[in-house]
Design a binder for this molecule. Sequence first.
Ligand code: ATR
Length: 280
Amino acid sequence: MGKHYAVFGHPVSHSLSPRIHAAFSRQTGVPLDYVAIDAAPEDFAAALARFANGGGDGANITLPHKQAAAALCSSLSERARRAGAVNTLVRAGEHWQGDNTDGIGLVRDLTERHGLDLRGRRTLLLGAGGAAHGVAPALLDAGIAELTIVNRSPEKADALADALGEPGRVHTRYWNDLVSLGPYDFIVNATSAGRDQLTLSFPRAIATSRTLAVDLSYGEAAIAFLAWARSAQCAQAIDGLGMLVEQAAESFALWHGRRPETDRIYAELSGQSVALHTAD
Ligand code: ATR
């Protein structure tokens, strides 16, 4: 009898996580079931409690519940605490332990799958919501040179910078000043604009032909930013599908004690990701 897992989100029906974890289960021979549970924000705590009472062993948490999930945990890993957000829950007796594998998933995708060196890169983070919180600590740990956070609402950029606690390396700037900030080696789009079918316009001056441009979304939600990155002649324009697969592998390792191989499922999903648009 396998263990029970779920991804909680709202909406969640497009989530690829059940398919990814089913593939990992087949590959490793670890029996499990993994379902998607849609819970509106006001129902999330009750839905998670029902899942636990029904024998739930672990869960992934996606939009918009990552911060709420952190508040429901009895203990948080260091990286979840720094992110202020949880994407992985592990059942321990009567309690949930919270962790966050988004940041390490992004770094692994970029460094191992794409063979990129992040060290020393002058980095621009666009957005300061849940996704930005999830990845920023891991980017700092990966050795980027400095991190500039720009957000439409400046107070959220300041709050993220304060939470990261590295005033010498982390700065905030105003969205309207993007044009005067000069070029970056690494630009991360962590806004949700693409998921709302909005196309943001960015000044060309933030990119050069050496710039690595990454969107944390994938499929349709990433198209506009990646098109901008290509038109600005960035060296690489990469979407968040690899990050999704890698964060899933890290969650799988937390639950089952072994990390699955990810190349096959990544190749399978990337062949059809253009039709998909849920950031997970
Ligand atoms: P997520 O979990 O995906 O990060 P979120 O926490 O709602 O979602 O954060 C969305 C991010 O996208 C925020 O940084 C938001 O900016 P604000 O804090 O100013 O709301 C940003 N965002 C969303 N739509 C945007 C738009 N049209 N222009 C600029 N930034 C936008």
